[in-house]
Design a binder for this molecule. Sequence first.
Ligand SMILES: [Zn+2]
Length: 77
Amino acid sequence: MRRPDLKQSLGRLLGPPEREIGCDECFEQLDRYVELELAGRDADALLPGFRPHLAGCPACREEHESLRALVGGQQAL
Ligand SMILES: [Zn+2]
């Protein structure tokens, strides 16, 4: 008998491979994350969970992009 749902159940038990922050935490730390990024620091190592959240959350990804453009534009002046 085939058990097509076995792998799915196992994945649920093991949980996600890495921590992912929520939208509240994302908005709270977004300016810091962008600053680190623009400073050439390893923002993903210093603020873990950001990248997977941005990858899965279009709202925060958009916010991140506009903030980065804003801060980056100010620095260029
Ligand atoms: Zn979000």
